[in-house]
Design a protein. Structure first.
Length: 193
């Protein structure tokens, strides 16, 4: 990905994306009230995420790996500040390469305060790779940071990184609630060249 075509910065703690004219040559193609070259604030992106994602995906020359700007919440687990290979938006990856996923989490369990819970992470089309948290969060909950590594699939394409909450004595080998199949359980995506 040419970093001149899609830039990301932080301004007063808000995520700002700039879409330049060589990404969207015609402003009419940009959904909502986004303007080529103008900053798009996180709340605007989140409120119009599906339309914006479709517009970006319609451009074959725009490829990226990214952490979702939406905040996935799954059964008492909230995920924020997702970084894929160290960035919120990063270049496509090579097939079979190692990918790092870092995130912040909060997990609560008011329904079973003494239970052991996990936060599972992995590609949504396969079994989870790892648990970034395993412990007893209780009613008060626990916040922290976690990271894991994934291996990029061997076939070019876009692959979604999913999250789930499990309740077991150790990290389960399969998705506790079935494979993550929609955006409320996706925390990122990678593009394999």
């Amino acid at each position: 990905m040419n970093l001149n075509t899609l830039t990301i910065t932080f301004l007063s703690g808000l995520l700002v994306m700039g879409f330049t004219k060589n990404v969207f040559a015609d402003n009419a193609e940009i959904p909502y009230n986004f303007t080529a070259g103008a900053p798009a604030y996180a709340d605007e992106v989140n409120a119009n995420f599906d339309e914006l994602e479709a517009a970006v995906n319609s451009k074959p020359d725009v490829m990226a790996s990214f952490g979702y700007s939406r905040t996935p919440t799954v059964r008492g687990v909230t995920i924020t500040n997702v970084l894929v290979n160290g960035g919120a938006i990063t270049s496509p990856v090579e097939a079979g390469s190692t990918i790092t996923v870092a995130l912040d989490y909060n997990i609560v369990d008011p329904g079973c305060p003494g239970c052991i819970d996990q936060i599972q992470v992995g590609f949504s089309h396969t079994a989870p790779t790892d648990c970034v948290y395993s412990g007893i969060p209780g009613v008060a909950g626990v916040s922290g940071s976690g990271s894991t590594t994934l291996t990029a699939p061997s076939t070019p394409g876009t692959y979604y990184i999913g999250v789930d909450r499990s309740q077991a004595f150790s990290c389960p080998a399969g998705w506790w609630n079935g494979a993550p199949s929609n955006t409320n359980r996706w925390i990122g995506a990678i593009t394999v060249r």
